[in-house]
Write a protein that binds this ligand. Sequence first.
Ligand code: SAM
Ligand code: SF4
Length: 337
Amino acid sequence: MFIDPFGRAITYLRISVTDRCNLRCVYCMPKEGLSKIPPQAGQWQVRSDQLSVEEIVRVVETAAKGGVNRIRLTGGEPLVHPQVVEIVRRIASIPGIEEVSLTTNAMLLERLAQPLADAGLKRVNISLDSLDIDKFKRITRGGDLNRVWKGIAAAERARLAPLKLNTVIVRGLNADELPAFARLTMENDWHVRFIEVMPIGNAQDWGEGFPAPRERYFSVQEMGVALSTFDLQPVTAPAGNGPARTYKIPGARGTIGFISPLGEHFCESCNRLRLTSDGKLRSCLVIPNEVSLREAARTGKPLEKYFYQAVANKPKQHNMCVSMPTDTQRGMSQLGG
Ligand code: SAM
Ligand code: SF4
């Protein structure tokens, strides 16, 4: 078992399968892509540095032997990886892996939902930050909201459930849409999760018409106030709702969750490790101590010791705060969220 120095068992691995993405969400990447982030946040990874399917499988086999039973694929955008279905198929069949899920912007989900489900994917989390077609396009710098709706419909047909929508709330951008997102849960068995924007890789100016860095943070407490007319009732979280505090509008089919990485961080129950697409194990989203297992994975050497090192590195909690850009040495698209 992988147990960290603070007694937390590590049972969940988030794998960023690529740092590439077909969108450029304002809070995640600059519009020119990664190479324009100042040097400390890195540049696009060299493709030959990225783990192959075989290497990812080797890492997951080791993780499973150490007690990891849930895997989430993320990115960048995992669906732009040409072998994403194959990755799911291979890791879903590894003994000990009980659930493979994926976080996506849904641009390519309509076509891939069924093949992914057939390969063994259990659930998807879909990132969706506006219900307004023009605003969605502005936030994502080019995304098509209609494709998200088609992706959601395809995910439902493929029974990728429970379906979660992740909505990053930014003051002066989409905080006014909180009630509209909450209302989605009345008719749909969806779990909408509102997430505080984190100061990771996005300290720059987002351009004309967007809020300035110091204005963007909108706390979960403020979100609660914006939804006070809904009489939200606390409920037990659906499977895999992780760090969300979960509520329901009376009579609604779905739920509403609040995720507060800054205000009420959930470090004390953190059970996760991250694997970057260039083969670094990372024990905290925020703190940049990484253990590289790429060469060992490439040459077929045992990988346990890298996991033990990463687990031993796991900090008690992070030190991210609202007012300061966090030096993670990688942008969010290279960390997987
Ligand atoms: N491309 C996929 C997607 O957007 O769902 C997966 C990768 S993305 C980096 C994972 C999650 O991180 C998304 O839900 C996104 O909204 C979230 N994210 C990115 N930058 C963020 C930030 N600065 N603060 C909070 N969440 C962020
Ligand atoms: Fe791409 Fe996801 Fe980042 Fe948006 S949040 S730019 S979809 S990686």
